[in-house]
Design a protein around this ligand. Structure first.
Ligand code: MG
Length: 249
């Protein structure tokens, strides 16, 4: 027994010696695994709540110039206290610009006065490329189907945890949305993917999107342009939004 221990110690020492003389590492030097280019671009950042210098600002509290309704008419939503609020019944809002892969930030707040339950309480949603919904809902003490609660990818992916705050409190989504890819014949070659942080907490980890997020039926992909607008849903609840920006990837 004593001999076995001594032999093991000798072997361990030998390994260390060999490594230190670079004998069994196949002569790979640390330099061989260093990658020096490209050098990541240096950008200015403020806090996690503020857009970086290379962001596209979609709403900074002042106007709705970046938005329109489906028929290209001017937004009928309301600006109040530097936030934009759903004006129920006036319709969804769409970005005038179209986007593909993005890092996206938005802050949102459901009404402090609770009305309705389940899907009728504080419902809205961010539809990336006008098709793939990240659900907005008051999910604070509000039971509904798990794949339809806040931070779900609607009817496709349940959030990893429920990080919801109380109604009337500001919440945030930080999203990495990777758009689907189609070949020249319109065949799907790569499905879309979404990573989401809800109030700073990871809730969707590279979730693979199965197709358009539909209320009824099963998701499926239909070919669409590489760049499409982002849509925010009017689901008849007065959801407030602020600090909306993105970075094109
Ligand atoms: Mg919704």
């Amino acid at each position: 027994m004593k001999n076995i221990i001594i032999n093991n110690i000798k072997y361990f020492i030998l390994i260390i010696v060999l490594y230190s003389f670079n004998i069994i590492s196949d002569e790979i030097s640390p330099k061989d695994t260093e990658i020096w280019t490209p050098i990541p671009k240096i950008i200015d950042v403020d806090t996690i709540w503020k857009p970086s210098s290379d962001s596209v600002i979609l709403f900074d509290g002042n106007n709705l110039n970046q938005w329109e309704h489906n028929d290209s008419s001017k937004p009928k939503w309301i600006i109040e206290n530097n936030s934009m609020i759903v004006n129920p019944g006036t319709g969804n809002l769409y970005t005038k610009k179209a986007f593909t892969d993005i890092q996206f930030h938005i802050e949102w707040k459901t009404p402090i006065q609770i009305s309705g339950d389940g899907q009728n309480r504080g419902n809205s949603g961010i539809f990336f490329q006008n098709r793939y919904e990240l659900q907005i809902l008051d999910s604070f003490n509000n039971v509904t189907y798990s794949n339809g609660q806040a931070a779900s990818i609607y009817k496709q992916h349940i959030p990893l945890v429920n990080a919801s705050k109380m109604p009337g409190e500001w919440q945030s989504y930080d999203v990495i949305f990777i758009a689907p890819k189609f070949d020249s014949e319109g065949n799907l070659t790569k499905r879309a993917e979404m990573t989401v942080f809800h109030n700073g907490i990871l809730v969707q980890n590279k979730s693979i999107i199965l197709g358009s997020t539909v209320y009824k039926g099963l998701p499926e992909y239909k070919s669409h342009p590489a760049k499409e607008p982002i849509m925010i849903q009017d689901h008849s609840n007065k959801i407030a939004f602020r600090n909306i920006w993105l970075r094109e990837l």
